[in-house]
Design a protein around this ligand. Structure first.
Ligand code: GCV
Length: 728
């Protein structure tokens, strides 16, 4: 208002200057620490937005979560619209925000009496008129729902969307919407690419937990309701007595944001830190130990969410050491958690990493189904089987794990990976929701139409529990994930866990608006970069579902196709002089395809039906096999690598068109990452095409391969003579 009045009095020249300055100030340097929670001043029609906003705020309750909701509303409206809300104690005859649970709001507003049901964590934004006054009700199914509703309202403002006459209900898809960290007690993070742990340092919980609270606030905005803070390769000391008060401090930092604490635990803990001689899940002393330990935890942390267990996997202890099953192991802990409402997430990532690579029937992809399918129906009601999206391990392209369709008497959750272990480690732009959506929408055909998302939501088989857990691995880097654009993956994970039916276009535009502002050019350019970026990454790393061509025995980052073969890890690509790909057919291969329902088997079993994008995952074919696209396999490999690298270079130009439209700091950071990616894509391209050329002896029809060039030993010239560098 003040600025407007002043501008009316100014000369046209001064008005131009003022507008330029206002624009410039909105481009102040940003570190990315705020993520999508910037509450940047609205540059558009802020005045009319401001007028639609009441002056007062009343919170019907006084919990920590409600206080956060109230605080956020005051902070957000103040920062975005320059309006200071006045806190009032009770509802009176004046325009106001009213925040509360459905039960509490009903007591004041008859309009919501005959309301729709509002489940836990759900919210309802409702504008009502009452005695000539306007009220904006932010109603929750519980306190957390009120906070989510508040964030949803603020998100509307930040995106410059309409906020009058609201009648907007938000319902989460599933009760489990967790984030996981693979943080070690020494402060390192397994597969973390953005600095050290925000939780731990030198074997203890950090003294300053400011970043922990900020992380919880970001998670809460996208509807995440619990966070597992330590590596699934769990250090048993996390359950030792002296750790508990430290863990309680983390839970305290999470609590105002409705985020519950969860822990990864090692199955051997009763012996490792409990002093017992055994950790046999069927031993009564072991059951007693878990019960006492869990009671202790709940005494200090009454809203504790539960445990995640990785067992019998990659060298971890497990029930197999006592001839027991995963159900025995899961249930003994679940029974200790049950009286407190806690959940036990048991990971289905169980496989033998000493497979015989000479055995053409051996197949790591079959392991989870083979192990868990016979246990269906044997898990307690508060156990959830946590299943990685594909049957191998977070690869750039995998089919949906057949296990999703095989456990109708068991709760399930899908495990995704925000941290880009195999997808460019936050040095490459790779917007993963495009891939996640393909998996979530994939129809397993097990109970009529049964997409993976509905199975994990618990809808397909009416399961009481289910949902989502993603490995995030934020670190102490100011911008959380290292690459400013990687935060789009974290944001989208939360949004998809809340509602997997949302489109990636909608989510990416939303994230961009919140993160970089509402300039339509910025929004459309960044969305146009994000949306194809997963396919671009796939095309210059591992096309046709070939599996990993990365350095599987080491960093999981650089290209090294040889490392996939001839070892026990089972991520083989089976490339020889004639052809490539794993034969997983029922007819002649490992039989993996037989783990799907008949309708899905039909999609994959024959070469004619199998989609090109998964061909080499399902079949071994000659290099000269002709794809549906009309190209031979080998020519596709060559072309996709050249095209992918060219597209990666194109991202640089797209980003450069935004110079001056976003703040310099984030602009320069992203630019340097994309420039690096363009060079690294060339390293990938040249390594892979040379490797396949050497294997197959078939030249590129377009004559692009420089035969004597070895990109792994020499640096590669790119982008007008700049030298490509490797990450340290
Ligand atoms: C935490 C992959 C990763 C490991 C990870 C494991 C898992 O193998 O490379 O770092 O261990 O998955 O998900 O348990």
């Amino acid at each position: 208002m003040y600025l407007e009045r002043r501008m009316n009095l100014l000369s046209p020249m001064a008005v131009v200057l003022a507008v330029v300055l206002a624009g410039a100030s909105s481009l102040r340097a940003e570190t990315g620490a705020q993520g999508w929670l910037r509450y940047a001043p609205i540059v558009g029609d802020a005045a009319s937005r401001r007028d639609a906003i009441p002056d007062a705020i009343i919170s019907l309750g006084n919990s920590e979560v409600l206080n956060s909701a109230k605080g956020e509303l005051v902070r957000g409206i103040g920062s975005m619209l320059g309006k200071r809300l006045r806190a009032e104690k009770s509802v009176s005859a004046e325009n106001a925000f009213v925040l509360g649970t459905l039960e509490d709001v009903r007591g004041h507003f008859r309009e919501v009496e005959s309301s729709r049901p509002l489940g836990p964590d759900g919210f309802w934004l409702r504008s009502v008129r009452h005695g000539g006054k306007k009220y904006l009700l932010i109603i929750g199914g519980n306190d957390r729902g009120v906070l989510y509703g508040t964030f949803a309202f603020l998100s509307r403002i930040a995106q410059d969307r309409r906020v009058d006459d609201l009648d907007d209900v938000g319902t989460p898809s599933a009760p489990i919407r967790w984030a996981s960290q693979w943080d070690n007690l020494d402060g390192s993070i397994e597969r973390g690419y953005a600095g050290r742990s925000i939780f731990f340092d030198k074997g203890a919980v950090r003294g300053d937990l400011t970043r922990v609270g900020e992380y919880a606030r970001l998670l809460s905005w996208v509807g995440i309701n619990a966070c597992v803070i330590n590596n699934v390769n769990a250090d048993p000391r996390i359950l030792s007595l002296n750790f508990l008060p430290q863990l309680a401090r983390i839970a305290d930092a999470f609590r105002p944001w409705g985020v519950k604490l969860a822990l990864s635990v090692d199955l051997s803990s009763p012996a490792a830190v409990g002093g017992l001689k055994t950790f046999d899940p069927l031993d009564s002393g072991v059951a007693e130990w878990w019960k006492d330990k869990v009671d202790e935890i709940y005494q200090r942390i009454p809203d504790f969410a539960g445990f995640v267990v990785k067992a019998d996997s990659e060298g971890r202890s497990g029930p197999s050491q006592y001839g027991r099953t995963a159900a025995d192991a899961a249930n003994v802990i679940a029974r200790a958690l049950k009286p407190h409402g806690g959940i036990l997430m048991y990971r289905a990532f169980v496989y033998n990493h000493h497979l015989d690579w000479r055995d053409m029937k051996a197949d790591r992809a079959k392991a989870a189904y083979d192990y868990f399918h016979p246990l269906d129906g044997k898990f307690d009601e508060n156990v959830v089987l946590q299943i990685k999206y594909g049957p191998i391990d977070f690869q750039v392209r995998e089919p949906a794990s057949p296990l999703f369709g095989a456990m109708q008497h068991t709760n399930e959750a899908i495990e995704l990976q925000v941290t880009q272990e195999y997808t460019g480690q936050q040095r490459h732009l790779c917007f993963l929701p495009t891939m996640w959506k393909q998996i979530l929408d994939f129809d397993m055909h097990v109970n009529g139409a049964s997409p993976v998302k509905e199975i994990v939501e618990g809808k397909t088989w009416r399961r009481p529990l289910g949902g989502f857990n993603a490995v995030v691995n934020v670190g102490l880097d100011e911008n959380w994930l290292g690459h400013p654009l990687a935060m789009a993956n974290l944001y989208s994970y939360g949004r998809l866990a809340w509602n997997p039916d949302q489109s990636t276009e909608q989510i990416s535009a939303e994230w961009t608006r919140l993160t970089f502002g509402n300039n339509p050019r910025v929004v459309s350019t960044i969305s146009t970069m994000l949306l194809p970026s997963w396919r671009i990454y796939e095309s210059y790393t591992g096309p046709l579902g070939v599996g990993t061509l990365t350095d599987i025995l080491g960093s999981h980052y650089e290209p090294n196709p040889d490392s996939a073969e001839h070892n026990g890890w089972g991520q083989w690509i089976r490339a020889d002089a004639q052809g490539v790909g794993m034969d997983r057919t029922i007819a002649t291969g490992t039989g993996y395809i037989g783990q799907y329902s008949p309708n899905v088997q039909k999609k994959y079993e024959t070469l004619t039906a199998c989609p090109d994008e998964l061909l080499l995952f399902m079949h071994h074919v000659p290099y000269i096999y002709v794809l549906h696209s009309g190209k031979t396999v080998i020519q596709h490999i060559y072309d996709s690598h050249y095209e992918g690298a060219a597209k990666a270079a194109g991202l640089v130009g797209q980003w450069e068109s935004l110079r001056g439209k976003i703040d310099d700091q984030r602009y320069e950071e992203v630019l340097s990452k994309l420039t690096y990616q363009a060079g690294q894509a060339i390293v990938w391209r040249d390594t892979v095409v040379n490797w396949f050329f050497k294997k197959s002896g078939i030249p590129d029809a377009k004559g692009r391969i420089a035969q004597n060039h070895n990109p792994l030993t020499g640096s590669v010239p790119y982008l007008d003579g700049n030298r490509n560098s490797r990450p340290h």
